[in-house]
Design a protein. Sequence first.
Length: 542
Amino acid sequence: MEALLGKHWHHLKDTEVVELLGANSQRGLERFDVDQRRVRFGENEIPITQSIPAWKSFLLQFNQPLVYILLLAAAVTLAFKDWVDAGVIFGVVLINAIFGFLHETKAVRAMEALRRSLTTTAAVLRGGQWQQIPSSQLVPGDVVQVQSGDKVPADLRLLQVRNLQIAEAALTGESIPVEKRYGVLAQAAILAERSNMAWSGTLVTSGQGQGVVVATGGKTELGRISDLIAKAQPLETPLTRKIAQLSRVLMYAILAFALLAFVVGIVRGESVVETFKAAVALAVGAIPEGLPAAVTILLAIGMHRMSSRNAIIRKLPAVETLGSTTVVCSDKTGTLTQNQMTVREIRAGSSTYKVTGEGYDPQGRILCIQQESRLPNCPALQQTLLAGLLCNDARLVSTTKGYDVEGDPTEAALLVSARKGSVERDQEFFRRIDTLPFESEHQYMATLHEVNGGRVVFVKGAVERIVERCTRAFDAPDASHWNPKGVLSEAGGMAAQGLRVLAFARGVPPECGEQLHHDQLHDLQFLGLQGMIDPPRSATGD
């Protein structure tokens, strides 16, 4: 079975995947099979790189060009019984080694804590029964179920999906959740386009899914990344290269001058012993033992300052490398930005509204720009906020550190804007009956609700797709006042400000029972626009 773990699982039919893995989609694996596979494949954990003994790690702190020069200078100084200078140099070297060792140990512990945080629980089908087990106990062939808020416990080939979306930023860097499907994909599909797969360590933002485990531990895509990092060869930094080059030049120059001084002394008839001592003294005097000591101390101070800003640096020379960097290639989302979508502007009716506040914290206000007042009584605004609240599958969760989101960040931003507008979700009054989930083909999401015995549908999505299904504006007296080109122009103006714009509409579907269909979404009333942005992180790095 080990040979199967490299298969292109996304290119196979569901039945072929299950058969090749010796799985059972109806009953899952039996206990005997699980025990055998666990012995064969090991625990579902990212392998730990073989740790270096503490004594060896400490000695490696001396394996740097800077330290070589210091030790050479200290040894020569000690040979001439200059105890004070020798003691100072040895002290600098020792303090640097202790400092580096402590920081490297701290870095290793931080990475180990990160590895442990990847361990979670998984809903697995075994012996015909669903059960919750630690994700470390999963084996290839297990049938696993995931739902909104879960972390995918292993690499899965999806067998069933229902409105499933997964955030795969850990692998691809894209913060927008990926809509998952089941079926066969082209063998040449790249990792980011394998929509019938779920990858270990990624987060389910909405919906449900069921799949069979195709890889665990170090064989997962996340494990392969970890393996590549572990095998990366240490590179010389600009500082170490320059110090090594300077050391060679100094060594050759000092030896040349010392030899020249010795030869001149002999030619002049001086004593061989005295001439040798003079040549050695010249060499010692030429060694800039203060330079490496000063550089080492400065780097240690830099490492300490970086540590106070929660930046882990394992090797001392890397501080200088970071300081001399002129170009940084970085992913924007979650790195330069907060990865918390925030509604900044709303246009509803004939008014434009500014939304204050940051991130998912619902503390903020909605201000009418024209009237410079807070949240005037505008039915179109209230309906726009209500549509964003009801046509939504995300949840805001209050934690000790503030607010977190379960679901899509875009939908979370709509929840926050509704709270700022004092619009609350009434589950009984607006009972949801059915949902048309967002699909790239249609570019909108719709929810059907029961209100006072009747049916109301709320729709949100791309401006062009919503506008083409509307025949009038919510606050317009009749259809003759509907101006779709004006709405598109407003949306373009908001997009020009860097905002991601969503449009909202509502309607009463004709002859609608318990199910909602795409062909029922016509003759809608346009409600308004909400523009959001992922704000940049503060200058302090918080």
